[in-house]
Design a protein around this ligand. Structure first.
Ligand SMILES: [Zn+2]
Length: 341
């Protein structure tokens, strides 16, 4: 559908002219991937310069656009071994499922699941990255994924620290993941940070925390208590709160969406946010390209769809007029419709 390409083209012209489209650092060492029908139709692309990359984006207006987290000597070679990776960005990918409050199909979105994604991003930052890792707002990059998730990059201001962590191998990145997911947590020896996290949750359930705060060996305390099982269940719940795509942190060869590109399923902006902005951020309003909202398309939707509220307008199967973003959302979700004008 020609109009879809035109809308992507319009957005990319804007994003490049206003200099917000991410140009991956040291572009010649990064792999670029893109897709139209699928998330990734093609990968192993590389560009020698920023200009060449931008020209390509403007010409091809991909619906999905990715860069490798890794820096590699030969980004256009296929197969991890042939690429010769020498450095890699670290990022967490929070990607949530639909919630119990959602009233839609698996692929659809609403304020409930979008809120959960945001809550998880805030939890990762406020519970781990700031207090446990000693990072500050300026050391991380927060990006809305364009769908039901967030990408949180670790970008310490201190170049030496950044150099060290970006040279980490798979095993070292796994250690970080294991810590955050509480995978090696032992009740015989819990550090103060994990005690703090669990105690916070126990308090919500009004469970006595007597003797737990300053004790590393919780088994010793819990074995004497009748509510041991209940506490264990809550600990498991705390460990499972974050829905992290582990491969994005772990795998050497991993792609992540280019910041300020558009997400091909939703037509929303893969938007970077400050820590402050995240608090008020509502993707259904704030991740939308405003120029698309000034456009109106007459359509006829040919199937039953779940409702979706974009920029305060609710769309359903009965909608006859949709904005540019809504058109991209329907198209991206494979909804059958006729474009009338
Ligand atoms: Zn939902």
């Amino acid at each position: 559908m020609k109009i879809i390409y035109e809308l992507y083209g319009e957005y990319y012209r804007y994003a490049i002219n206003s200099n917000i489209l991410e140009v991956p650092d040291q572009i010649r060492y990064r792999e670029i991937a893109y897709g139209y029908k699928n998330k990734v139709d093609n990968r192993n692309l590389s560009f020698k310069s920023e200009e060449e990359y931008k020209r390509w984006v403007l010409k091809n207006t991909p619906f999905h656009l990715y860069k490798s987290l890794a820096y590699m000597r030969y980004p256009s070679n296929s197969g991890a071994k042939n690429k010769e990776i020498f450095r890699r960005e670290l990022a967490f990918d929070i990607d949530v499922h639909k919630t119990e409050s959602c009233e839609h199909g698996d692929d659809w979105i609403c304020k409930h699941c979008l809120n959960l994604a945001k809550k998880q991003a805030q939890y990762l930052i406020d519970e781990f990255l700031f207090p446990d890792f000693g990072l500050e707002e300026e050391d991380i990059k927060i990006v809305f994924s364009g769908n039901r998730g967030y990408h949180i990059y670790l970008k310490p201001r201190d170049e030496n620290v950044r150099e060290i962590i970006e040279k980490y191998g798979k095993e070292e990145r796994r250690v970080i993941l294991n810590y955050i997911l509480g995978k090696n947590l032992s009740l015989n020896n819990i550090n103060s940070a994990w005690r703090r996290r669990i105690i916070k949750e126990l308090r919500k359930y009004k469970i006595s925390i007597k003797g737990l705060k300053n004790e590393r060996n919780w088994n010793k305390v819990l074995n004497k208590r009748e509510d041991r099982e209940k506490i264990i269940n809550i600990i498991e719940k705390v460990k499972k709160f974050l829905e992290i795509d582990e491969k994005v942190m772990e795998d050497d060869i991993r792609l992540l969406r280019v910041i300020n590109s558009l997400h091909g399923y939703t037509g929303f902006i893969v938007k970077d946010l400050t820590y402050k902005e995240l608090k008020k951020f509502n993707p259904l309003k704030d991740a939308i390209f405003k120029n698309f909202e000034n456009k109106s398309f007459k359509i006829e939707i040919k199937e039953e769809i779940d409702k979706i509220k974009i920029n305060n307008k609710t769309y359903s199967s009965k909608s006859k007029k949709v904005s540019g973003t809504a058109l991209l959302f329907l198209y991206g979700h494979g909804v059958k419709f006729n474009l009338i004008s």
